[in-house]
Design a protein around this ligand. Sequence first.
Ligand code: HEC
Length: 211
Amino acid sequence: MSPRASSRNVKPFAAVAAAFGALIVFISATWPTNAQDATYTPEFTGDKMLKIPEGKIWREWTYVGSLVTPNALNDGNAPFPEHHMVYIDPASWVHYKKTGEFREGTVIAKELTRVRAPDGANENGSTDEVSGTGYFMGEYSGLEITIKSKELYPGEPGSWAYYSFGHQPEPYNATAARQSTEACNACHEATAAEDFVFTQFYPVLRAAKPK
Ligand code: HEC
């Protein structure tokens, strides 16, 4: 075959392949793989350690509220330093909006960041930023997850189990052991407004609850 003839044959094929490739890229970019549509199922290791959700997917769940307990206002050592952001998995969010209840299988994540203070902070730990003086978000610093499941935790009060992937900058621990009832569950049972969950601090859930 002359080089001419071969290039004549290859060109149309290359054009079709390129078009097909572009189509695949277009479909995968526009296909509805939205986290809001996905049901998250917790995964465990053989020895019942909870695996950290893949792809940091909790950051794409429904945000329910946030609060801040700066170290500077807690003798330099806040138990949960320092900004807290709380998210609920999509299927449980839909169920909560309908029923006002946390369904079997509810997963709630609480992630922390430190207060931002790259150039030092005021005495109370705040910084002066363009929008005002306050507590701004710095880097991620911890992740905790709670799961409600009668099936998995028949012995836990309210069927809620609690896991901590560490209070440290990323990377978090890849797996987390279930905490003891006294370490986590007890305080939630005693002080949370609704079924062990601190809805008193989560305006998104309060507003969504059916009247
Ligand atoms: C002294 C009380 C107390 C203890 C002990 C405690 N928590 Fe909480 N927890 C809270 C409060 C208050 C909130 C509300 C949000 C916040 O302050 O960050 C909360 C919220 C949470 C949330 C978000 C969902 C919810 O229930 O509101 C998770 C997840 C969580 N805690 C995990 C843990 C884990 C894991 C432990 C044990 C290592 C633990 N907690 C121990 C007080 C406590």
